[in-house]
Design a protein around this ligand. Structure first.
Ligand code: NAD
Ligand code: IPM
Ligand code: MN
Length: 353
C-alpha cells in the first residue's frame, strides 16, 4: 500500500477550521479508492507561533517541508495582530523557494448554486497564475525612511524563461480541456515586462496551433469575467493579475468558499502546495461557519497530483452532489456549520453518490 506523507500547515483564522474539517473527507476517499493511505504531520506555524518564537515559522522551515510528498495548507494571516507581510512571508517563500511556478485556480459553476451574475452562462475556467516572479518578485527597497522624501521601489521581474514555462503549462492544460487560452497582460501600458509576454506568446503560437490563443488586457478581462465568463477556458496571467482574477472568478461562481488552488512545481523536484484561494477570513473565524468546500477541492487536486485520480474524482463528485442536494454554509445562504458541510461531502464520498 502506498503511503503519502503530507505536511499539514493549518495556519490562522479559519485555516485550521476548514483544514481539520476536510481531513475525514480525504480519509474517506482513500478508504473507498483503496491502495493508498496518508501519513499527516502537523506544523503549528502561524500567528500564535510568532508570539512564542518571534517568527511565524522556523528559519529552516523549507528544509523541514522539503521531504514531504505535498503540503496541505489552510490559510495564513492575522491582520489584527501582525502585519500581513510578516505572516504571509512563509507563503511567498514556499511558492518561490520550491519553484511552485504554476498556480492553478479552477472555477466552475456548481449545479444548484446561484451565481451573482445576471447571465452567468456555463462557467468552467481555470486561472493559471504565474507564481514565481512578476510583480511578487522580492526586489526593491525603501530609501529616506519616514522622511517626506521617502521613496519605495518595487520592481516586477518577468523573465523569458518564466513567461515561456507558464505559457507552455497553460497551453498543455488547454489541450486537456476546450483548447482555448486567453493570456492577460497590460502591455498597452507596461511596455517592457508585458510586451515580453506578448512576444513569447507569439513565438509559441505555431507550436500550439491546435489551441486557439487570444490576448486581453486585464481591465477588459475583468469586465468580461462579469459580462461573459463562459467565454473563458484557460486564462494565463502574471502573478498579481492572476491573484486578482482568481478572487473574481471565485465570486462569480458563488464565493471564495468554492474556489480551490494548487501551487505546482511541475518537474516535481520540490513539494507542491495545495490551499484554498481565500485567506484566514478574520471576520468569521472562530464561529465554525466557514465553507470547507474550497479546502476539500484543494485536497482533491492534491490527490490528483499524487496520482490518485480515482479518489480525486470521488471527492469532486461528492462536492457536486452535496451542493446539488442543497447542503450549504451561511456564505451560500444555508445554515450548516463547517463540520456539517464537510460531513455532507464525506457521506457522499463514502456512499458513492
Ligand atoms: P479572505 O479571503 O480571508 O476573506 C474575504 C471574504 O471572503 C471575507 O468576507 C470572508 O469571510 C469570506 N470568506 C473567505 N473564505 C471563506 C470561506 N471558506 N467560507 C465563507 N466565507 C469565506 O480575505 P481578506 O479578508 O482580505 O484577508 C484576511 C487575511 O487572510 C489577511 O491576513 C490576508 O492577507 C490573508 N490571506 C491569506 C491567504 C492565504 O493564506 N493563501 C489568501 C488571501 C488572504
Ligand atoms: C493568494 C493570496 C496571497 C497572494 C497573499 C495572501 C499574499 O491573496 O494566495 O491569492 O497574493 O498570493
Ligand atoms: Mn489572493
Amino acid at each position: 500500500m502506498k503511503r503519502y506523507r503530507i505536511a499539514l500547515y493549518p495556519g490562522d483564522g479559519i485555516g485550521p477550521e476548514v483544514l481539520d474539517a476536510s481531513l475525514p473527507v480525504l480519509e474517506a476517499a482513500a478508504e473507498r479508492a483503496g491502495g493508498f493511505a496518508f501519513e499527516f504531520v502537523r506544523f503549528p506555524w502561524g500567528a500564535d507561533y510568532y508570539f512564542e518564537h518571534g517568527r511565524t515559522a522556523p528559519e529552516d522551515f523549507l528544509e523541514v517541508l522539503r521531504p514531504f510528498d505535498a503540503i496541505y495548507l489552510g490559510a495564513l494571516g492575522d491582520p489584527g495582530r501582525i502585519p500581513d507581510h510578516i505572516t504571509l512571508d512563509p507563503l511567498m517563500r514556499m511558492r518561490q523557494g520550491f519553484d511552485q511556478y504554476a498556480c492553478l485556480r479552477p472555477c466552475r459553476l456548481f449545479r444548484g448554486v446561484p451565481s451573482p451574475l445576471a447571465r452567468p452562462g456555463d462557467i468552467d475556467l481555470v486561472v493559471v497564475r504565474e507564481n514565481s516572479e512578476g510583480e511578487y518578485s522580492i526586489c526593491g527597497g525603501r530609501v529616506r525612511r519616514d522622511e517626506p522624501e521617502e521613496v519605495a521601489i518595487q520592481t516586477a521581474v518577468h523573465s523569458r524563461r518564466g513567461v515561456e514555462r507558464i505559457l507552455r503549462f497553460g497551453f498543455e492544460l488547454a489541450r486537456t480541456r476546450r483548447r482555448q487560452l486567453t493570456m492577460i497582460t497590460k502591455s498597452n501600458a507596461l511596455r517592457y515586462g508585458m510586451v515580453l509576454w506578448d512576444e513569447v506568446l507569439e513565438a509559441l503560437r505555431p507550436e500550439y496551433a491546435d489551441v486557439e490563443a487570444d490576448r486581453m488586457h486585464i481591465d477588459a478581462a475583468a469586465m468580461d469575467f462579469v459580462r461573459r465568463p463562459a467565454r473563458f477556458d484557460v486564462v494565463v496571467a502574471s502573478n498579481l493579475f492572476g491573484d486578482i482574477l482568481s478572487d473574481l472568478a471565485g465570486a462569480i461562481i458563488g464565493g471564495l468558499g468554492l474556489a480551490p488552488s494548487a501551487n505546482i512545481n511541475p518537474p516535481r523536484r520540490c513539494p507542491s502546495m495545495f490551499e484554498p484561494v481565500h485567506g484566514s477570513a478574520p471576520d468569521i473565524a472562530g464561529r465554525g461557519i466557514a465553507n470547507p468546500v474550497t479546502q476539500i477541492l484543494s485536497g482533491a487536486t492534491m490527490l490528483e497530483w499524487l496520482g490518485e485520480a480515482v479518489a480525486a474524482g470521488m471527492i469532486r463528485r461528492a462536492v457536486d452532489e452535496a451542493l446539488a442536494s442543497g447542503a450549504r454554509t451561511p456564505d451560500l445562504g444555508g445554515r450548516l456549520t463547517t463540520v456539517q458541510m464537510a460531513e455532507a461531502v464525506r457521506r457522499c464520498v463514502k456512499e458513492g453518490c
